[in-house]
Design a protein around this ligand. Structure first.
Ligand code: ATP
Length: 247
């Protein structure tokens, strides 16, 4: 049977600083258990879309002025980011935001801020280490002294400490060597398969994203210009020409 809809973004408009219209009516659907990619070049509106969903626009002086966002059938536009984390929606920001002066393990603990049971938190930490053995090895290291790949893993691991149902993952490949990008995406796939975690990810690396996602939306200047299954998009001539660099 078809998977249930988990997230439904319907015609959202986003304006920054009261005047700059950046999203011009974006709609997308994420099914329960899916890996969905938002693709497109620099400035297309991918990050803004994720921030609209996780209600992180305020700090950027942005607001959703039209449309609706539903998570598991309920409107969520007025929930705070921490309400959303409690309900299972967590965002991993672009650029691997780890606290540089904290150790990897301390960083991971900060991801459990909405939880109270010490036993559950400890079990979750062990689970994160089972997916990211490298983080376990580096758990006592200050984040500032770990590699870019380890910091990206730390940022994802921290998000997983809230036991999320839906992870919004912004540009996981950014600044990573191809082999590490593959490693990170493999873990996403494994979490999806074994834990049932749903992912909505923003990526400029179309090639890689289409290898791992089930479905994709291509954005240009604040609009979705094309969407389809990963296989459809990967074999589409326009996508090949403009996004996969295979003329
Ligand atoms: P990138 O991969 O560079 O993050 P993106 O597709 O995620 O690109 P956004 O970051 O969502 O794109 O940016 C979309 C547009 O909104 C860009 O034109 C950008 O300049 C503009 N923008 C982003 N943040 C702000 C802000 N805080 N204030 C004003 N304009 C902004």
């Amino acid at each position: 049977q078809p998977a249930k809809t988990m997230l439904e973004v319907n015609g959202i408009e986003v304006i920054y600083n009261h005047v700059i219209l950046v999203l011009k009516g974006v709609s997308l659907t994420v099914p329960e258990g899916g890996i969905v990619a938002i693709l497109g070049g620099n400035g297309a509106g991918k990050t803004t879309t994720l921030r609209a969903i996780s209600n992180l626009l305020k700090g950027e002086r942005g607001e959703v002025t039209k449309g609706s966002i539903e998570y598991r059938g309920e409107r969520i536009e007025n929930l705070t980011p921490s309400d959303l984390v409690r309900r299972g929606v967590v965002q991993v920001m672009e650029g691997r935001h780890c606290f540089a002066h904290l150790t990897i393990e301390e960083n991971l603990y900060t991801g459990a801020y909405t939880r109270t049971s010490k036993a559950e938190i400890a079990a979750n930490l062990e689970k994160v280490y089972s997916y990211f053995p490298r983080l376990k090895e580096r758990r006592k290291s200050q984040a500032a002294y770990t590699s870019g790949g380890e910091q990206q893993m730390c940022a994802i691991g921290r998000a997983l400490m809230s036991a999320p149902a839906l992870v919004l993952l912004d540009e996981p490949s950014m600044g990573l060597a191809p082999q590490l990008v593959e490693e990170v995406f493999n873990i996403v796939r494994e979490l999806n398969a074994k834990e049932g975690t749903t992912f909505l990810l923003a990526e400029q690396n179309t090639n890689m994203a289409l290898k791992y996602a089930n479905y994709g939306y291509i954005m240009e200047s604040g609009r979705v210009v094309m969407d389809g299954s990963a296989a459809e998009l990967a074999s589409n001539e326009d996508v090949k020409e403009f996004y996969l660099g295979v003329g």
